[in-house]
Each structure stands twice: as C-alpha cells, then as structure tokens.
Design a protein around this ligand. Structure first.
Ligand SMILES: *Cc1c(COP(=O)(O)O)cnc(C)c1O
Length: 376
C-alpha cells in the first residue's frame, strides 16, 4: 500500500463524532459566516497562543497581505524575506508593490537569522518577514533586537510552526506568531493545525494594529456600510472554525506525535553518513511541519532516492527545489548573484512523510526503505 506525506483521514476518524456534531450544529443554525463558532475559535486560539488578538481570515496568504496593509507599507518599501521559503511569503510583497529583498538562510535550521537581516537593511527597509520554516522558530529575540535598532516591523510567517515555543534569554517562553508586530498563520488542511478547506489568521498584541487588520479584512469597513480604507474580503467561515475548534485541544498531542516520529527518523538516519538530519534551533521547540533531510551527492542522486522510494510506495517531496530569486515572477527584483546556502539546500533537501498519525510500523517501513538505498 502506498503511503502519503500527510494522513488526514486517520486523524479525522479519531475526532469524527466531535466534528460531525459541531458541523451539524452549524448546518442547523445556518450561521455560516461569522457568529459564535468563529468567535469561540478566535478566543480559544488567543488563549492557546497567549496573544491579545487573533484575527481570523480566509487563508495564510491573505493574513500576510492584511498584515502588510495594516502596517501601512507603501509601494517601494523594502521587505526582507528568506530566499528559501514557500512563494506565499513573498508573493504579497510583490502584489502590494513593495520590494522583496531576499536573503540567505542558516544551513542547519533553514531559517533566516539576525545577521542575514542586518546585512540586507537599506534606508528603504520597512519590514522583515521571518519564516519559521518546517516547524521551528527563527531566532526571534535577535531578530526583534535588529528590528528595534533599525525601526522595522516584524511579521512572523508562522504557517508551518503553530504551537512551537520560543525561549528568550531571560527564560520567558512565547508561542511563535505572538512575538512580532504581527504573526500570520495558515489552516490549510495539511498544516499542523489544519481545517477542511482554506483558513488563516493574524495575531498581534497591539490593539491599534488589531483594529486596523480587522477593518482591512472586512472591506475596510469601520461600521456597517462605511468604508474608510480599501480593504479585502477575507473571512474564516463557521464550518472551518468548528473543525479548528475541535482540533485545537489536540494540537499539542499532534505536535508531540510529530516530534516522536522525528526522533525515530533521527535515530536511524544519523547513522547514514551521506544524510544530514534536521538541525535544531537551541531556543525553540520544533513542531515538525516537515521532516527535512539533506543528502550529499547532488540533485541527480536525490532524484534516484526519490524514485527508489516511490517504487516502494513511499513518497518524498522537495521543499523547496528553486530559490525564490530564480522564480520567473521574482527575477526582476533580484540584483544578481546567488545565495550559496539557499542554492545548496534547494539541491540537497528532501522531506519524508510527517503527520500526527505515524506509527512504529510505518516508520520502520520508511526508514528501512531509505537505508536500503544506501546499502545498494
Ligand atoms: C502554507 C504557507 C503559506 C500560505 O498559506 P495559505 O493558507 O496556503 O495561503 C504561507 N507561508 C508559508 C511558509 C506556508 O507554508
């Protein structure tokens, strides 16, 4: 039987009765947009993240866009992003007429660092979008310090790391997404907290920014039929909110289960010389949105490994094969040259199945198949 990168079906079966009861309630009240279910989820997520405001919206890409609009970023303003990320991080920057400035990343954690950011700052820089890639926080304390020194906004792209804990030097612990001026997340089905369609949210501790974001997400409306700003239409619907409300109390269990699977993978793959297991950020927990290895020997060998696994019904994915600055849509913002770590990662990374339902039998099957490739 073929495995999948993410097993949403088994997870659903465990919470089926709760989901069906909650969905039935929405169907019977016919409150499909807004209403008590969306408000309940918003409050529960605020409590879970320890953040003053959660603003639900239609997807993670919208969340990033709304954050940049609420911060008042203007055409020509520069926004620093890692070149090794999903396209959505930078897409809205281009869409708003802002300029994406792409930096290299750390080879061990795959994340942008304060040093990368500092080197990319110009007089036109207005904001930074650190991405907590694959499930662990970028070094937020150092990043917030750089931001403060240069008077920059920080928008955390937390789409892959919901539930991760970042520890500050003084011992304070905060959830990712609740540290920057805004945090943005996605509830796409395969994310660590996923709904059964599209969904997203912004987080902020700033009352004024929260009010602006709420207004922009709702057609720039200050009160009904009075529109003070150009906004967008971006809502989380009630059917998605109930899915998220049922899943939120399980999120830590889901993330622990992912960590357990990652440790199993580590224990096998750390003995294979040509494989590098994912590095850990010392001051962040890892929620393993992806388990991403690096393979020595170049992209052709990686393709061979992928094909070898595929024959045995084991999927592997390459997140991400192309640096952002080599995407046609972004080329014209790129001043030229290459970012060595990003290039090296695009040529060497591959991700194995990772989700909340991996059991020992499946992990054994996957790791045995990978081992067999190196014993050929
Ligand atoms: C998924 C994702 C997004 C976008 O979320 P959508 O809900 O699909 O719009 C943004 N950034 C990162 C890093 C993501 O993984």
């Amino acid at each position: 039987m073929s495995l999948q990168m993410v097993d949403l079906k088994t997870q659903y079966q465990r919470i089926q009765s709760d989901i069906q009861r909650e969905m039935q309630e929405v169907l019977e009240t016919s409150m499909f947009i807004g209403g008590p279910k969306v408000n309940a989820f918003r409050e529960n997520l605020e409590a879970y993240l320890g953040v003053r405001h959660v603003i639900p919206c239609a997807n993670g890409t919208d969340a990033l866009q709304i954050a940049m609009m609420a911060l008042g970023l203007q055409p020509g303003d520069e926004v620093i992003v890692p070149a090794f990320t999903y396209v959505a991080t930078a897409e809205v920057i281009g869409l708003l007429g802002l300029k994406p400035v792409m930096t290299d990343v750390d080879p061990e954690t795959f994340n942008i660092t304060a040093a990368h950011i500092e080197a990319a700052i110009t007089p036109r820089t207005k904001a930074i979008v650190p991405v907590h890639l694959f499930g662990q926080s970028a070094d937020m304390e150092a990043i917030m310090q750089v931001a403060e020194r240069h008077n920059l906004y920080v928008i955390e792209d937390n789409a892959q790391a919901i539930g991760a804990d970042y520890t500050f030097a003084d011992g304070a612990v905060r959830k990712t997404g609740a540290i920057g001026h805004f945090g943005c997340t996605s509830f796409f089905p395969s994310k660590n907290l996923g709904c059964y369609g599209d969904g997203g949210a912004l987080m902020t501790n700033d009352d004024d920014l929260a009010a602006k974001a709420r207004m922009i997400a709702n057609h720039g409306q200050s009160r009904q039929y009075y529109h003070d700003k150009i906004g967008v239409n971006s809502r989380l619907d009630a059917l998605q909110a109930v899915v998220l409300n049922v899943k939120l109390p399980h999120l830590d269990t889901y993330n622990n289960s992912r960590r357990g699977a990652a440790l199993y993978y580590d224990s096998v793959f750390s003995n294979i010389a040509d494989l590098k297991i994912p590095g850990r950020q010392h001051n962040s927990t890892h929620v393993f949105h992806q388990y991403t290895l690096r393979l020595e020997g170049g992209p052709a060998r990686r393709d061979a490994l992928k094909a070898f696994l595929q024959e045995q019904g084991i999927p592997a994915m390459i997140y991400y094969p192309v640096p952002l600055y080599k995407q046609l849509a972004f080329e014209h913002w790129w001043p030229g040259g290459t970012l060595p770590v990003t290039e090296q990662l695009c040529d060497s990374v591959f991700s194995l199945p990772m989700h909340s339902e991996l059991n020992e039998a499946v992990l054994e099957r996957i790791t045995k198949a990978v081992k067999a490739f190196f014993e050929k």
